[in-house]
Design a protein. Structure first.
Length: 580
């Protein structure tokens, strides 16, 4: 149960001053709280014996006022320090998780669902923060505060009465320890179910148009209701176990009260205790109720925190699929690109995705990549992005293997426009400037011109300040593609990767964009994957992929004369254009 504190030891070491002050003042505050009941007992005995004078009463009142003021200041400081610590650890872990998410490659996201990662970043972090704040408080209250009350009851009043009154506590501890283990297991199940629910909600929101198009609203609602009920049931199991702590504690304290009143009255009757002592003892027993409850709360909080921290650490400790080189090669080599006998297979794939790829693109050249769906075009491009562990063979930029270059150095030279155009819920201006945040207004206009987006921009209600909505929902497919292309071009990268990025625009727009890229990217390398051969007719070299292998390569004219797949596809597309 307390292993979670060991796992958080790094945080407590870094913030030892904060926690030392908080725990010290919490202990002092606990000691202060046992003084008033003793004063009350003394005052009652003084009244009973007729020895209470105005001077004594004034002393008691002043002492009470001092204790109240001191307790207020003490409690304020320890609560600020302790619960401030819980806020700090939540911020630290959230920052680490975000950093982890941003640095992980696609392989990580193929293994982990977005909804579950969100659950770990919210609910689980909250449980860990609760452990670092409320958990520490309940630990002190259920141990040192309880010990202070027991010592006060034993030394100030009667060890006999203290012993018999507190007999239920060991039994309570055993029962609560057993229940705590069950809570740990069931809470893990509940958090996993919540992660699944999160994932389903994200999918439903992202695919709401498809759901409506296929009239699946009722079915999706039912699926959500079923998963929501599952989360509810799993959390109710946790709450039912959690609900046992209170009644068990009340039974224990009830037995203690019966013993205190019964046996205490007997001790008063035989002269071993005064009436004031009995009143004081019962006040102490009342103070001991919270520490008894705190035992249950402590087990509950620690077990939840332990389970949540394990989930968070599992994510933070996830291995990086593509580790950085120990001694990276530095420098700014020319933007040549070379593939030498490259053989690659995705970690989750059962087939070879690239096989014996040999190709070289010189500075300023354009490479066109075509082939049927699933031939390996996108896989070819992703070899340059260092998203997956390298297979056999060598991929080079500027005659330097990218395996020997850091991912940041490689990507800083690349402008990438993927098939799935990811736009952020910001303005068009902000989405384009994402490629180069310090770009000038002239750079912005040039990128828009190159992407042939001026006319569309003029037709939008707020121009560059138009909000694109989540994932660019307010733009058409062609507009989203051109915003993505402008974002890559404003970077003016040494190597431009267009991965089927012109599929949603018409032939005229495609022609204009290709023409602009040809004119303005002199001395820079461009790689274009496409299904429409018109997009790569100008390319210096074209390769045709099939099942991850190069089956044809050469210039546009050479491939037409060769009469293979490329010629067949070209004729088919020409015929379609004529019919259209």
């Amino acid at each position: 149960m307390f292993s979670v504190l060991g796992k958080l030891s790094w945080f407590f070491k870094d913030h030892w001053v904060r926690y030392s002050v908080a725990i010290t003042l919490l202990i002092i505050g606990s000691v202060i709280e046992v003084i008033p009941p003793w004063i009350i007992g003394e005052a009652i005995d003084a009244i009973t014996t007729g020895e209470l004078t105005s001077s004594t009463l004034r002393t008691y009142v002043i002492l009470f006022a001092a204790i109240i003021l001191g307790g207020y200041i003490t409690n304020f400081i320890w609560q600020y320090q302790l619960f401030g610590g819980s806020v700090k650890i939540e911020r630290i872990l959230r920052t680490r998780l975000m950093s982890k998410f941003l640095h992980m490659t696609p392989g990580f996201y193929e293994k982990n669902r977005t909804g579950d990662l969100m659950a770990r970043s919210t609910n689980d972090l909250n449980a860990v923060a609760t452990t670092a704040g409320f958990g520490i408080m309940t630990l002190i209250d259920s141990t040192l505060y309880m010990l202070a009350i027991i010592l006060a009851m034993g030394f100030f009043i009667s060890w006999k009465l203290t012993f018999f009154a507190l007999l239920p506590i060991p039994i309570l501890a055993i029962i609560m320890q057993y229940l705590g283990k069950i809570i740990h297991e069931k809470y893990m199940d509940a958090q996993d179910a919540f992660g699944n629910l999160n994932d389903r909600v994200l999918e439903s929101i992202a695919g709401v148009r498809v759901i409506r198009a296929y009239v699946q609203e009722r079915r999706d609602e039912q699926n959500f209701a079923d998963m929501s009920n599952m989360v509810f049931e799993k959390n109710m199991v946790v709450e039912r176990i959690d609900a046992l702590f209170g009644p068990i504690t009340k039974v224990g304290t009830g037995i203690s009260y019966v013993v205190a009143l019964g046996y205490g009255a007997h001790l008063v009757s035989i002269g071993e205790m005064t009436v004031g002592n009995l009143v004081t003892f019962n006040v102490y027993l009342g103070l001991a109720i919270w520490p008894m409850f705190a035992i249950g709360e402590l087990i509950n909080v620690m077990q939840r925190g332990n389970a949540s921290l394990d989930r968070v650490q599992e994510t933070l400790n996830a291995d990086v699929d593509v580790p950085e080189p120990q001694r990276p090669t530095k420098g700014m080599p020319e933007p040549t690109v070379g593939f030498s006998r490259v053989h690659f297979q995705y970690p989750t794939s059962k087939v070879i995705n690239l096989d014996q790829i040999d190709v070289r693109i010189e500075v300023g050249q354009t490479l066109g990549i075509v082939g049927k769906t699933g031939a390996g075009k996108t896989t070819f491009v992703k070899q340059l992005l260092k998203e997956y562990p390298m297979g056999r063979g060598t991929v080079e930029i500027g005659d330097l293997a990218i395996a020997d270059q850091t991912r940041e150095d490689v990507l800083s030279r690349i402008g990438y426009v993927p098939q799935d155009h990811v736009l952020f819920s910001r303005t068009i201006r902000e989405n384009i400037l994402f490629g180069k945040d310090n770009a000038s207004e002239e750079d912005l206009k040039q990128a828009i011109h190159l992407a042939y987006f001026e006319k569309d921009l003029n037709n939008l209600p707020l121009g560059l300040e138009t909000l694109v909505g989540e994932k660019g929902v307010s733009l058409s497919g062609g507009q989203k593609q051109r915003v993505s292309i402008a974002r890559a071009l404003i970077k003016n990268p040494d190597i431009l990767l267009l991965d089927d990025s012109l599929s949603a625009v018409d032939a005229k727009t495609e022609s204009k964009i290709i023409e602009n890229i040809q004119k303005n990217r002199t001395g820079k390398t461009t790689i274009i994957t496409t299904h429409r051969l018109s997009a790569i007719q100008h390319a210096d070299h074209i390769i045709v992929l099939d099942d991850g292998r190069i089956i044809e390569q050469g210039t546009h004219q050479y491939l037409l004369a060769n009469g293979g797949w490329y010629r067949e596809q070209f004729d088919r597309q020409q015929l379609e254009e004529v019919k259209g």
